[in-house]
Design a protein. Structure first.
Length: 115
């Protein structure tokens, strides 16, 4: 297993911003395609942002134009900049490979968007 540790979540008001971080215990980001997922209460986990094999990025329709995925291979880290947050962005956010490796899921980081 390669534990992935997410951080940076919290409570934020609508239209606010957060930056999530994902760190790995070893260098996997140069090997695997990485992405950010989220799971809202009562809903299935969904992929919201990812890199593709060529290094460009993909975003789910609900977050396109508001979220930005980035990475720093030297720091074994992947980031998710989230702007113009909406209450419907409330979820636990996880990073993992694309497609996800079952043994890589971390604890996630809670993002709550509320006034």
């Amino acid at each position: 297993q390669v534990p992935l540790v997410e951080s940076g979540g919290g409570l934020v008001q609508p239209r606010g911003s957060l930056r999530l971080s994902c760190a790995a215990s070893r260098s996997i980001f140069s090997i695997f395609v990485m992405g950010w997922y989220r799971q809202a209460p009562g809903k299935q986990r969904e992929l919201v942002a990812s890199f593709n094999g060529g290094g460009s990025t993909n975003y789910a329709a609900p977050v396109k134009g508001r979220f930005t995925i980035s990475r720093d291979n030297a720091k074994n880290s992947v980031y998710l900049q989230m702007n113009s947050l909406k209450p419907e962005d409330t979820a636990v956010y996880y990073c993992n490979t694309v497609p996800p490796q079952p043994g890589f899921w971390g604890q996630g980081t809670q993002v709550t968007v509320s006034a």
